[in-house]
Write a protein that binds this ligand. Structure first.
Ligand SMILES: O=C(NCCCCc1cc2cnccc2s1)c1cc(-c2ccc(F)cc2)cc(O)c1O
Ligand SMILES: [Mg+2]
Length: 214
């Protein structure tokens, strides 16, 4: 049995990126996935939009839904102030292990808290489990059919406050039409679309930034 795609990406990073240098890890992942084999990282174009939203939000508590190899986790962690907390949820224990090794290579494993399990099971436990009241920023990048139900779950669990920012990847490709309809038509959100290409391809995608109004 061969390796998996995330393992091949990790091995390339461990060989080619300087350990402790998060920007060289991010560049190595983008180099591998644009030249050798495609992977579902948010990528450098949408990643720059993510960076801008993190910098303008200056979040203290961040939740990421969907870790995969940890590419977007690293982009976020790199821009957080000391004392901020970044929680990332991954469904697949193998992907989670790869991401942890990726965080170690980047020297950011102490900055990230990774939980393995489904968002629907974990979100209701976050307040008690992590002693976190509200999230200032949520990066949504997991099952596209889960974007809407999990947003409603975050509201119901009282994990959003007025001003909380949701940033959703892939709202055009593969698409999250029910989520878009909700955040764009609900009086409780101020939503904005940022067009971009799908990672590493000439295909149209985009991210949606939605501010919860309380
Ligand atoms: O599926 C995508 N990402 C989700 C994997 C979610 C697994 C998890 C579920 C879950 C549940 N609970 C907690 C944690 C988690 S993690 C995805 C797919 C494409 C794509 C694929 C083919 C294609 F032709 C064009 C685009 C591009 C992307 O940027 C993606 O993000
Ligand atoms: Mg994505």
């Amino acid at each position: 049995s061969g390796t998996t795609r995330p393992v091949r990406i990790l091995k390339y990073v461990q060989r080619c990126a300087n350990s402790g240098d998060v920007l060289s890890v991010i560049s190595a992942i983008d180099a591998y996935c644009s030249k050798v084999e495609w992977a579902m990282n948010v990528g450098d174009e949408k990643g720059a939009i993510l960076d801008a939203v993190v910098l303008e939000t200056r979040p203290r508590y961040v939740l990421e839904l969907g870790t995969y190899c940890g590419y977007s986790t690293l982009r976020i962690a790199h821009l957080l102030a000391p004392g901020a907390r970044l929680i990332t949820l991954e469904m697949n224990p193998h992907y989670a292990q790869v991401a942890i090794e990726m965080f170690r290579h980047a020297g950011l494993d102490a900055q990230v808290e990774l939980l393995v399990g489904s968002s629907s099971a974990l979100i209701p436990q976050l307040r008690k489990k992590l002693d976190i009241e509200k999230f200032d920023l949520v990066f949504i990048d997991h099952w596209k059919v889960s974007y809407l139900p999990d947003t409603k779950l975050l509201e119901e669990c009282g994990l959003l406050k007025a001003g909380s920012v949701l940033l959703a990847d892939n709202v055009t490709c593969p698409g999250a039409p029910d989520y878009l309809q909700y955040v764009r038509n609900s009086p409780r959100y101020q939503s904005q679309y940022f067009p971009a290409r799908l990672e590493y391809l000439q295909v149209e995608d985009g991210v949606e930034k939605s501010v919860f109004l309380g």
